[in-house]
Ligand binder design. Sequence first.
Ligand code: ADP
Length: 634
Amino acid sequence: MPTETFEFQVEARQLLQLMIHSVYSNKDVFLRELVSNASDALDKLRLEKLWDDSLDADVSDLHIQIDIDKDARTLTVRDNGIGMSYDEVGQLIGTIANSGTAKFLRELREAQDKAGEEGLIGQFGVGFYSGFMVADEMTLLTRRAGESQGTRWSSRGEGTYTLETVDDAPQGTSVTLHLKPADPENQLHDYTSPWKIKEIIKRYSDFITWPIRMVPEGPADGSDEAPAPETLNSMKALWARSRDEVSDDEYHELYKHIGHDWRDPLETIRLQAEGTFEYQALLFLPAHAPHDLFTRDFRRGVQLYVKRVFIMDDCEALLPPYLRFVKGVVDAADLSLNVSREILQQDRHIEMMRRRLTKKVLSTVKEMMTKDRERYDTFWREFGTVLKEGLVTDTENRDAILAVASFASTHHESEPTTLKSYAERMQDGQEDIYYLTGESRQSIENSPHMEAFRERGIEVLLLTDPVDEVWADAVGEYEGKKLRSVAKGQIDLDAKDEDTPDAEREKQTEEYAGLLGWMKEQLDEDIKEVRLSSRLTVSPACVVSDAHDLTPALENMYRAMGQEVPRAKRILELNPHHQLVKGLNQAYKEREDRSELAETAELLHGLAVLAEGGQPKEPARFVKLMADRLERAL
Ligand code: ADP
């Protein structure tokens, strides 16, 4: 087959441009990325051979080799791992599959200054492409294990790449970087220096469990005998070494390798379990939520090893879905090397392990909360939304999750509060914890439901994540205190309010009985009850849900998930202190013809729905009625 030229996918091209003109100061990391890919390729081949012994591949000496050619200014990273087929090269190297990429590129374009750009590149990690930070041309020669023909890929990073079939490619992949011209000003970045390469490997890839070899510089006497390659990394699994033997930096490099992240993790968690079922775990809490955390194809990070041997990526049996952002390694002593995902899902030991790891992660967050509030705040900002899913799905750990949760609140405009602090601030006589859900802090704060709470200085939690609707409903209480939505059920703040004695309330009820009954008839299709409100101080009316009904937001959520739920009728509450309501009552009593009042009732209902961020049932009709009224009021 002749050499064919292809164009990079648009995103890939943009990313390449970025690499070529990169301002990223730590260019050394390109080598970590290539070694990381090579290591993954060796893991994959070992596993594939394990599953299929007939695979025509040599697994007797799996390793990574680095070759330097000073004269040609090339650096080659070679592995004898799984390799790639012709089609795979086009797919894996010519395109960017990661769904977060488009978003990342958009942010990058918006980051005007170089510092912002550097920060963004640092948090994304671009794997293979990072080679273009130091090379002006890259070639890749690869042969997939079991296949006879290999593929050569080559590109100058500028928009196109070539592919060509080759007959005599060795098993695995070799990536050759044609390094940019030497910079006499900056000897630090001389990647043809074996010393430099050794240093980078030691720093970034020491823990890689496969040997990384390099042939030392030839003997000075010019004899032909090639010196034997030396192994640059210690290959020691970090999780199997004692804590004081391993530096934080080393842990962080392991994290970057398995987490495909360029930034340090927020927290490192170690766990050693002795006894009948032995295992070691090294887990990391990332410092930033990945772009695709809420997408279906999000890859869960925990890898499973058996006695130092890599078994699988993204082992979902090891942690519950609400901890899917946790990265790391779990090494179990007594599992079969052939263990499958299906078996893991049912294994009793794995189940015990998952429970223990879950508790360990939660207790670590708790510790962060008490010892290092700033770090905790970062964690919660990035992962709180995911963790809250656990309040619904993991009843066993519900209390532990509630204990580390924090929420925006009317108590402070920017600092979130824990439920514990909320409880400590509760007013005399206040028995429940109040919350309101909505789209944004601002829309919640302006909601009519909040009026009486604001006036009486009662704290309300302001919940803006979609998942809040669900968990608040499911959890129900915290340490004996009910969690109550201020938009649901009867809120009887007046019971504690001396200003409105019982006698007056009775009078009010009597006073309005006729109007309330009549309005209920008018709005019967959407409203199950019309009553007087103790929530309102400024607005004339609001709609609330019955204590046990789903809120409209929850209804919508269930529908979005394809579940049939009936539309629950809501309750309309009127503010008896409002002039409009007083006037309406008056008119109701005086007039025979109530057709115009019926329109007023409809408008009042529409306004209440609008005020909580909803939509009147027939917006066009609502607007017309309203416009007519305004016209008459001119
Ligand atoms: P990432 O490693 O984050 O997936 P890369 O751009 O570095 O992104 O690599 C893209 C894909 O190309 C890898 O996921 C892998 O499937 C494939 N690949 C890269 N390097 C190698 C290699 N040395 N051997 C086999 N496959 C590789």
